[in-house]
Design a protein. Structure first.
Length: 138
């Protein structure tokens, strides 16, 4: 029987890469409840980013396209500009079946290009701070 261990929390000044779908990217007919259109998603993302800043997280938003080539270029550019200790990949990437390959590729890109980076996941822009708090000492 294996035991689960808890990783040591990261320092409070850890830079976070917060990856989510750009509001123009999703097929809204396939999105989860509460993500009905671009205006709603835009407002929720903006409020989520503001909440992260208010909570004191050093988070860099990374809004990606569903196209792997464009998503990869966006993420690589930010990885070259900053040293991230934690990456949060949003629910729109992970929870929509059509984005499974995109999610897999992002995980592999992050672990290859930023060795030692930790990953966390939210289910909506509103609970991103909660997801980060699981891994960053406040």
């Amino acid at each position: 029987m294996s035991r689960l261990t808890t990783a040591t929390p990261l320092p409070s000044d850890t830079k976070v890469l917060s990856i989510g779908l750009h509001p123009s990217a999703p097929d809204y007919s396939r999105m989860l409840d509460g993500f009905d259109n671009e205006a709603i998603l835009t407002a929720r993302i903006e409020a989520g980013i503001a909440a992260l800043r208010e909570a004191g997280f050093d988070a860099v938003p990374c809004l990606i396209d569903t196209s792997w080539d464009r998503a990869e270029a966006t993420v690589r550019e930010l990885l070259q500009e900053h040293a991230f200790g934690l990456a949060m990949i949003g629910g729109g990437v992970r929870m929509v079946p059509e984005n499974t390959l995109l999610f897999e590729r992002l995980v592999n890109l992050l672990t290859e290009e930023a060795p030692g980076i930790r990953l966390c996941f939210n289910t909506s822009p509103e609970n991103t701070a909660e997801a980060l708090s699981r891994w960053i000492r406040t």
